[in-house]
Design a protein. Structure first.
Length: 294
């Protein structure tokens, strides 16, 4: 169960990050998000609450003189599941204006006694992604495990988190399929997403007009740790914001969902039963040296 949860949580987050909606049709590149936006999702394993994910658009920054968007995502198991499998993850991603490619990506993940730090620099002068990973163990004499490599980039490549926000600037249409290059630094590939159709779904007594989309993750397994045979579905609001409302995946040991429970910094967007969501720091160096143990 704990191992499956970690893989399934990664799969759920990957689904959100792979929202490669079709750019054809009316709508164009409108401003679907802005600094201050925060979305909170409750993660459930079957009917049981398992954790929380928070996505945020932080204040604009400059990296080496270039204005950039700063996106962040935090995922954590709840207090009950922490007793069996402790999981914390923080991602910070930086995309160059006007949202046409990534510049920097980093992730810190802690599972039990193991902490993994990943840093990816997008070197567009040489069209390479420079990947660096460090694994350390709490209260262990084991030496840190280091890995570095370089991966060729395709034009317009995004990191997974920036790709999610890029697609929200595009207008989806039914029965369409689109492709966008994505890299986590270990490899660069073209990820596909199919817009299946338009549906009305109900959460917490409120109905939402949505597009139902399905990522095609064939060949993406090494990047996103997708469990073989898993299927992923995403419902995204059918308005100019393209906010993910619900995510669902079915795997060999059951199914899990992510449901939107908190929205902040989005004018005019109402959600019944909104909790306000978790807290996420807006500091550029916000990836902590260690996660709290509770």
């Amino acid at each position: 169960m704990p191992h499956c949860f970690s893989r399934s949580t990664a799969c759920l987050c990957a689904a959100a990050l792979l929202l490669l909606a079709a750019s054809a049709g009316a709508g164009g590149h409108d401003r679907a998000f802005s600094p201050g936006e925060k979305l909170t999702f409750q993660i459930k394993w079957g009917p049981f609450p398992a954790g929380e994910a928070v996505l945020a658009v932080l204040p604009m920054e400059r990296r080496e003189g270039t204005p950039v968007y700063h996106f962040a995502m935090e995922v954590k198991t709840n207090a009950f599941l922490d007793l069996f499998y402790y999981y914390r993850s923080r991602i910070d991603a930086y995309a160059e204006l006007p949202m046409n490619r990534s510049l920097h990506y980093r992730q810190r993940t802690k599972t039990g006694r193991k902490t993994k730090d990943v840093v990816v620099d997008f070197d567009w002068q040489n069209n390479l992604a420079h990947f660096h990973r460090t694994e350390t163990y709490f209260h262990s004499k084991r030496e840190p495990h280091l890995k570095s490599l370089e991966t060729p980039l395709l034009p317009g490549t995004f990191d997974p988190l920036s790709a999610f926000y890029y697609t929200r600037m595009l207008a989806p249409q039914e029965r369409t399929l689109t492709t966008r290059p994505i890299s986590d630094g270990k490899r660069t590939l073209r990820a596909n997403l199919k817009v299946i159709g338009r549906e009305t779904i109900t959460l917490n007594g409120q109905s939402y007009d949505t597009f139902l989309v399905q990522p095609d993750l064939k060949g993406v397994n090494p990047v996103f740790e997708k469990e073989a045979g898993a299927t992923i579905l995403i419902w995204v609001s059918a308005d100019e914001r393209r906010i993910p409302i619900k995510l669902k995946s079915k795997v060999s040991v059951g199914s899990f969902t992510g449901e939107l429970v908190g929205v902040e910094g989005v004018q005019g967007f109402d959600i019944t039963g909104m909790t306000g969501g978790g807290r996420i720091s807006n500091a550029a160096a916000a990836v902590p040296d260690s996660f709290p143990e509770s």
